[in-house]
Design a protein around this ligand. Structure first.
Ligand code: ZN
Length: 338
């Protein structure tokens, strides 16, 4: 009970990439870079096991960005044609590549990474992919003419990828959808339908991660505008509860999400974010346990997966390691008292 996991990303070590940046550039190239990514992933898997994490990830250390890392190998995207776009409903601006033709996946994108990672551990393995709606909010469209149409095209490609990764032994495939918290009406109109297309035919556990973003300044500033209670989840939880996704990942640590909203999602396994991803302060195991217990007033223990609020890519390596250990130790405290 209380299987622990993480949202997905972990910091790349400073010998591999520029540290504490969301898109820090690689410091190696060629074969040295490929070897370095594998070494970094293997080290994180050891750290996760030692910290008592039950469902492991590769820390996303193979990719420079959680969306563009997948898109790099997709056809139909012009990387030279940069479009300045307002991201997450204009929370910040980003120069993004542009879809200029029909999307296709000439070959698996992450399969070799998964084969390597699978061979490193006997524990359960999760792989994270960007969700269709979030991809469409991170790339410009000059071909499909509407976001739902482009999202379904991406969902088809994600489905092909997910099936390959499932065959390689992944236990959980998670689609990251931070955009779900922003475009709450679109979630109901087409966002969940696109996710269903992405998971079609999968037998492994499926998950989606919905958060209030990485601990970057733009997100910290945005959170300040959301008032004393964050109720975005309230609008999408009933639809998510009715969806075919198995697990939902939520931000609970230090957030202003009223935990009573968890009552709106009674049929899903919930990854309860009990670790904040902003700042350098490391939670104590007791604090982690307190967050989990607060959530468990609304969710029975069988449905709780202790987790981080979001990815930890932009924070310091040692801080992330200490937070992993706090998560494992905090979950153990709760388990012991059950
Ligand atoms: Zn997140």
């Amino acid at each position: 009970m209380l299987e622990t996991t993480i949202a997905g990303s972990l910091p790349r070590p400073d010998w591999l990439a520029e540290p504490e940046k969301l898109k820090g550039g690689w410091k190696l190239s060629g074969q040295a870079l490929e070897d370095g990514k594998r070494r970094a992933a293997a080290e994180w898997l050891r750290h996760e096991e030692e910290a008592g994490i039950d469902i492991l990830t590769d820390g996303e250390v193979f990719r420079i960005h959680f969306v563009h890392g997948f898109l790099e190998k997709i056809r139909g995207i012009d990387w030279q044609k940069k479009t300045l776009m307002g991201i997450r409903d204009n929370r910040y601006q980003l120069e993004v590549p542009t879809v200029t033709g029909p999307l296709s996946r000439p070959a698996p994108v992450h399969l070799e990474e998964v084969k390597f990672t699978r061979a490193q551990t006997k524990k359960k393995l999760k792989f994270t992919l960007p969700g269709p709606m979030t991809i469409c909010d991170t790339i410009a469209d000059a071909h499909y003419g509407s976001r739902p149409a482009m999202a379904m095209a991406f969902a088809e490609i994600l489905n092909q990828e997910a099936k390959d990764l499932e065959r390689a032994g992944v236990d959980v495939i998670q689609f990251d959808e931070p955009a779900f918290n922003v475009f709450t009406k679109d979630v109901k109109d087409w966002g969940i339908e696109a996710l269903h297309r992405a998971i079609d035919g999968l037998r492994c556990t499926t998950a989606t991660h919905i958060c209030y973003g990485y601990g970057i300044q733009e997100n910290i500033d945005w959170k300040k505008t959301l008032g004393s209670e964050w109720r975005q989840y309230e609008e999408i939880f009933p639809a998510l509860n009715a969806s075919r996704i198995d697990q939902i990942s939520l931000e609970c640590a230090g957030s202003k999400v009223p935990l009573s909203l968890l009552g709106l999602i009674p049929d899903k396994q919930l990854m309860i974010g009990a670790i904040q991803v902003t700042g350098d302060r490391v939670e104590t195991p007791e604090e982690v346990a307190a967050t989990l217990r607060a959530a468990m007033q609304y969710v029975d223990a069988e449905r709780v997966l202790p987790c981080t609020n979001c990815g930890m890519a932009p924070i310091g390596y040692d801080v992330a390691l200490a937070k992993l250990r706090a998560l494992g130790a905090g979950a153990a405290l709760v388990r012991k008292s059950l």
